[in-house]
Write a protein that binds this ligand. Structure first.
Ligand SMILES: Nc1ncnc2c1ncn2[C@@H]1O[C@H](COP(=O)(O)OP(=O)(O)OP(=O)(O)O)[C@@H](O)[C@H]1O
Length: 634
């Protein structure tokens, strides 16, 4: 019989499956009711709110079947994938289900329509496909239905009728056909980005003749359009599209000509500033018309360009906006190029979302949209300028930034080989090049040098977020440290989550990280390189035991090679060096900050232990490596 104990087990299973900040739950407590995001009533879990806490992976079945008293479930803005688990149907008391902003896929499942108490259902900004189900009619208490920004197809069922519906949005899907009568009172905004007709849009042209996919054709009474008519429509549409394209190009050219001069002039000074008139509010950027494809550049750039009328911008007090370049970056690309770039999402991180943007002339950049920047304009600019002046071969260079009240963008060099995290844990299938000792120790050394450089800028300068997804790789496996300086820019609400396994025990406020805390995180990173285990996984495998403690326990009990990644054990002749690196890792991850070595010492020790073995181990050619799911694998 379900009780608080089974609720607790379910939450532990959830933690095991999707990680994120649930890893910070104090699982030694026998009651889950004080865990972050969990609320209880009558000794049962009734509310589970885990918005934006870096949950990732699939929700397995077998969890929600136990959380039978749940009334509110929020897992919005995470990186959850796969289909919704069918035992969600057991949560018969569920009133609020917020799952927007994940990567859920598959059809909107029928079992949702057995949850008769649902009042708010938000599945927006996922990858749901298939049609809009008529089963929604069963949800007689539903007031909010948000499914925008998915890949829903077909027509909206003509008989869709949800009596209490107050908020409704299906925009940016692949819907067609006419808007059902009962939904015609909603504004156009609720439907934009589809091919719908009828109120609130223009009347459908001869609807009887159009055969709509997804519509019930059982009576077979609907005629197909004759081939000639279809050809006519297609050719007409193509011509119209081309015409619009030509107009757009002409307009862009004009704009670019008028701006080029200033960009070029200023490019000769150290910090080139390109002026952009006005901005678009970020809300509009997120919801307005970019659909799932999120063209960053589109989003970013819409925010940067004069989409809003200058007068409006001034009325907002926003004034003229600037994209600020560091060093000689302005000579490589300018705002106009970024404008035209095509973009894809690389992943959501602690500080925002990262995008890959391919500029027209082939230059590729990574654009990071920061969220939760709470510090003042002045402070932000000072700090980011400091980041921009960092210059070392083992750092990912920050090329430019954009700052406005609503939007903060950072433009970095794009690292084609993705992150160390993806390399270690991403593709384990056949065709993967084993990561040998040479590669791993090269990465360790490069990363150590990058961090040492940061630390050499002054005793107060630290990275604050060292972890394997922030160690990016060039084609020749040179490590580049990224994300430095960002931990000090963002507000407390975006405290690093995935950082959990890397964070030094003394760190309570993630924005106040010392160099010694960086050393601890780096030690964990070394352990990850050596064991092939992600720190968070280690946490999950043995409850409450983190990677350093796990390694220490094995090393203490009886020395074995068990800790090492199997791939590394193929190279027996380097075991001695591996053991030395392991010892260094354990030293770095010492409990007490004073016991940890400095980064300078760390670098020196890696150089030394590698020096003895710089033999002719082959580094595989990048093109032999299957990196198809590298950086986007998360
Ligand atoms: N310059 C870049 N080139 C290539 N990939 C990048 C670049 N910057 C980030 N990425 C990749 O994009 C994804 C998201 O990065 P992001 O830095 O936003 O999050 P994260 O590193 O996972 O977490 P955090 O925000 O805490 O650092 C990661 O997989 C990262 O490896």
């Amino acid at each position: 019989k379900p009780d608080l104990g089974s609720d607790r087990s379910a939450l532990l299973a959830l933690r095991l499956a999707v990680g994120g900040r649930t890893l910070l739950w104090n699982v030694t407590e026998s009651s889950p009711c004080s865990w972050a995001g969990v609320l209880c009533e009558d000794n049962r879990v009734t509310v589970l709110r885990l918005p934006g806490v870096a949950l990732s992976g699939e929700l397995p079945t077998g969890i929600f079947g136990n959380l039978t008293r749940l009334r509110t479930l929020s897992m919005r803005l995470n990186a959850l994938t796969g289909q919704l688990p069918s035992d969600l149907a057991s949560c018969v008391n569920l009133r609020n289900l917020y799952l927007q902003g994940n990567f859920f896929s598959g059809e909107i499942p029928d079992f949702l329509f057995t949850l008769r108490d649902l009042v708010r259902l938000n599945l927006a900004s996922n990858n749901f496909s298939g049609g809009i189900p008529l089963g929604l009619n069963n949800l007689t208490r539903l007031k909010t239905l948000f499914v925008e920004n998915n890949q829903l197809t077909g027509s909206i069922p003509p008989t869709l009728d949800i009596p209490k519906l107050e908020q409704f949005n299906v925009s940016n899907n692949l819907l067609n056909g006419s808007v059902p009568e009962k939904l015609q009172s909603f504004k156009q905004d609720s439907f934009l980005g589809n091919s719908l007709c009828g109120l609130p849009f223009e009347a459908c042209s001869s609807p009887q003749n159009v055969s709509l996919p997804g519509e019930n054709n059982a009576n077979g009474g609907k005629k197909k359009l004759p081939g000639g008519a279809i050809a006519g429509i297609v050719i007409g549409s193509v011509l119209a599209f081309l015409l619009i394209l030509v107009i757009l190009i002409v307009v862009c050219r004009k704009k670019s000509r008028s701006k080029k001069t200033s960009a070029v002039d200023i490019a000769t000074v150290k910090h080139a500033e390109v002026e952009i008139p006005g901005e678009k509010p970020v809300g509009e950027v997120e919801n307005g018309g970019y659909g799932n494809g999120y063209s960053v550049a589109a989003a970013a750039v819409a925010a940067m360009t004069g989409n809003a009328k200058p007068a409006e911008a001034n009325a907002n007090g926003a004034g003229v906006k600037k994209l600020v370049f560091f060093g000689n970056a302005a000579r490589v690309f300018d705002l106009e190029d970024l404008l035209r770039a095509s973009a894809e999402v690389l992943g959501k991180g602690t500080f925002g979302t990262a995008y890959k943007a391919v500029l027209e002339m082939g230059t590729v950049v990574a654009v990071k949209r920061l969220k939760d920047v709470t510090i003042s304009d002045k402070e932000f600019k000072e700090k980011i300028e400091a980041v921009g002046t960092m210059d070392h071969e083992n750092l990912v260079p920050l090329r430019a930034y954009y700052y406005s009240r609503d939007e903060k963008l950072l433009v970095y060099d794009y690292m084609a080989m993705g992150s160390l995290s993806a390399l270690l844990h991403g593709n384990k299938g056949a065709g993967r090049t084993p990561l040998n000792w040479e590669i791993r120790s090269t990465i360790a050394l490069g990363a150590a040098r990058g961090i040492q450089y940061l630390h050499s800028q002054g005793p107060a300068v630290s990275h604050g977020n060292i972890k394997s997804s922030n160690i990016l790789l060039t084609k020749s496996y040179d490590a580049r440290v990224s994300d430095f300086g960002l931990a000090h820019l963002v507000g407390p609400s975006s405290t690093p989550n995935r950082v959990a396994g890397y964070r030094a025990p003394e760190v309570t406020d993630p924005r106040k990280v010392s160099q010694k805390a960086d050393v601890y995180s780096f030690g964990v990173l070394l352990l990850e390189l050596l064991t092939g285990k992600a720190p968070t996984h280690a946490l999950l495998n043995e409850e409450g035991v983190d990677l350093p403690r796990w390694v220490q326990s094995i090393v203490r009990e009886e020395w074995t090679s068990e800790v090492f990644d199997l791939e590394l054990l193929r190279y027996q002749n380097v075991e001695e060096e591996m053991v030395q690196l392991l010892q260094l890792a354990v030293d770095c991850a010492a409990q007490y900050p004073d016991k940890r070595p400095s980064m300078a010492e760390v670098t020196r020790r890696i150089e030394e232990l590698r020096g003895s073995s710089l033999r002719e181990v082959q580094i595989p050619q990048p093109d032999l490596i299957n990196d198809s799911d590298d950086i986007s694998s998360r």
